[in-house]
Design a protein around this ligand. Structure first.
Ligand code: ADP
Ligand code: MG
Length: 206
């Protein structure tokens, strides 16, 4: 009987993972913490308990490209699925494009409702492409609607002081950060691998 339950559980997790639309399968077990010493392993393990999701908190995960942000977002997302939370993964670019399309064809309210449903929404790569003013406003609208309803896990390669530039408006960025930074955890990686890549690129140029 317990084997039957385990099998059913596995099926549920794999089905929910498909629905969540993760870009790849990653687990916390496969993450090499030694390779990312700026990261607090205890803090990541705490995130994987999903207590912060139960509280409806927000998570900002900042760091240069290639440092494992998406890996950890997916790993935490899969833990959340194991704990029966409804999870959705989406890149910021796709999210904004989806909202913009809905905005132009009159289905924005419906789309906002759809994106407000998951208990955990992972928005990956915020700041990877600059947002238009409308894009920033639509994102703000969604964050406002999810506020105190569900948890949002945002990854970004941008340090905080570059957010205004990406959102194009100091007022909007301020309002967005205000929404985001309520019950927020901020994880920032120091970007070891980024510097390494840069020094390699510099060497390649000379
Ligand atoms: P980011 O989202 O920060 O740009 P990713 O999470 O996409 O980086 O990482 C790039 C690739 O490297 C992925 O395949 C990921 O699994 C792997 N990776 C990154 N950091 C680690 C790590 N510390 N341990 C194991 N794999 C890692
Ligand atoms: Mg990534």
């Amino acid at each position: 009987v317990s084997r039957e339950i385990a099998r059913r559980d596995e099926r549920r997790i794999s089905m929910s993972s498909k629905i969540a639309q993760f870009p790849f399968v990653r687990e916390l077990d496969g993450f090499d913490f030694d390779a990312q010493p700026s990261l607090d392993q205890g803090q990541i393990r705490e995130l994987a308990t999903c207590r912060w999701i139960a509280h409806g908190d927000t998570l900002l995960f900042l760091g240069p490209p290639g440092t494992g942000k998406t890996h950890l977002a997916v790993a935490v997302g899969r833990e959340a699925i194991r704990q029966n939370y409804n999870v959705q993964f989406i890149t910021a670019a796709t999210l904004v494009a989806t909202l913009a399309k809905a905005h132009s064809d009159g289905s924005l309210d419906k789309q906002l409702a759809i994106l407000s449903r998951p208990k955990l929404l992972i928005i990956d790569e915020l700041g990877f492409v600059p947002l238009s003013k409308t894009g920033a406003e639509l994102l703000f609208e969604l964050i406002s609607q999810r506020y105190e309803r569900g948890s949002t896990f945002i990854t970004s390669n941008l340090p905080f002081d570059e957010w205004t530039e990406t959102f194009g408006s100091e007022r909007l960025t301020g309002a967005l950060l205000d929404r985001l930074t309520h019950h927020v955890s901020i994880l920032e990686m120091n970007g070891e691998s980024y510097r390494l890549a840069h020094s390699r690129a510099r060497k390649a140029k000379t």
